[in-house]
Design a binder for this molecule. Sequence first.
Ligand code: NAD
Ligand code: LMR
Length: 329
Amino acid sequence: MTSTPVNVTVTGAAGQIGYALLFRIASGQLLGADVPVRLRLLEIPQAVKAAEGTAMELDDCAFPLLDGVDIFDDATKAFAGTNVALLVGARPRTKGMERGDLLEANGGIFKPQGEAINAGAADDIKVLVVGNPANTNALIAQQHAPDVPAERFTAMTRLDHNRALAQLSKKAGVSVSDIKKMTIWGNHSATQYPDIFHAEIAGKNAAETVNDQSWLENDFIPTVAKRGAAIIEARGASSAASAASAAIDHVHTWVNGTAAGDWTSMAVVSDGSYGVPEGIISSFPVTTSGGKWEIVQGLEIDDFSRARIDASVGELAEEREAVRGLGLI
Ligand code: NAD
Ligand code: LMR
C-alpha cells in the first residue's frame, strides 16, 4: 500500500450523487485497491449536518483505505492540498428543464471554487466537474485557476459514454466488454453526439455490424442524448448511482490509463482538434496514460457526424458567450 493518502475533495457531498459516490471512493474503487484516501467534503452550511451523518456512516464501514473524513463549508479550506476534486455540488434540473437552464443558478458556484483550487490545491490536482451544465461549469472553474494547467479541468460525459455502450450492446446482442472505441462528442446535453462510426464490436466496425441507419438516427442517438430527462421522468429525480459510477470510471481511467486498442470519452479543453474552437470544454475520444489524456487524432468525420458535432459545439460556444455575459468568465 502507498503510505501517503491521496486527498479527494467532493463538493455536494450531502446530495444524491454524493451519497452514491463517497462509499465507492472510500472502498478504493476511484484510485485503486492499494491507494489510501482522505476525503474532504464541501457543502453549503445548511447541509453540513447531513454531511456529518454521511461521515459517520463512512466511519461505520471501517474501510481499510479510508484515512479520514474532513467536512468544510469553505471552498478555500476544502481544496487546500487536494489531489483529486470532484465538483458535484450544484442544483439538478427538474422535469421540463434543459441542463443549460441551470447556467445562471449554478454557474456562480464554479468561479469561487476555481479560485480556491488555484489558491491551494496540490500541484498534481485533477478536476472532474459533474454539476450541470458540466462542460461550461468546468470552463468557468478553469478560467479562474490561471496557475493550474488547463488540461487538469475536465467535465463528465462518461455517463453518456456508458449509456451508449449499454444501448449498443442491447441492439447488437453482445456484452458491453465486446465494444471498444465508443465516442461522445460535444456537450453533456441533448445536442451531444454519440458516434458509433468509429466504434468496434468484437473488432469489427460497429455501424457496419449493426447496419441500421433508422435505429441509429431515430432510436440510438435520441435515447442516449435524452436519457437524463427519461430518468428524471421515471424516478422523479435525476440520475445518481449511475452518475456516481461514471465519475468513478472517469477518474479511474484518467489515473490508471485506457486499455490498449480502446479509448474513452471525456470533456476536455479543446486544442482545435476536429474543428472544435480552442478553449471550449468539449467531449472527445481520448486515451489516457500516466495520468495524462490525449485527444485521439486522425479520425475521419463524414457529413452526418460533422453536422452533429458542429451543432453540439455551437451550443458550447453559445454557453461560453452566455457566461461571459453573466460576468462569470
Ligand atoms: P442534489 O441536489 O441531490 O445534491 C446537490 C448538493 O450540492 C446538495 O447537497 C447541495 O447542498 C450541494 N451544494 C449546492 N451548492 C453547493 C456549493 N456551492 N458547494 C458545495 N455544495 C453545494 O443533486 P445531485 O442529484 O447530487 O446532482 C448534483 C449535480 O450533478 C446536478 O447539477 C446534476 O444535474 C448533476 N449531474 C450531472 C451528471 C453528468 O453526467 N455530468 C449526471 C447526473 C447529475
Ligand atoms: C444526466 O445525464 O442524467 C444528468 O446530467 C442529469 C440531467 O439533468 O439529465
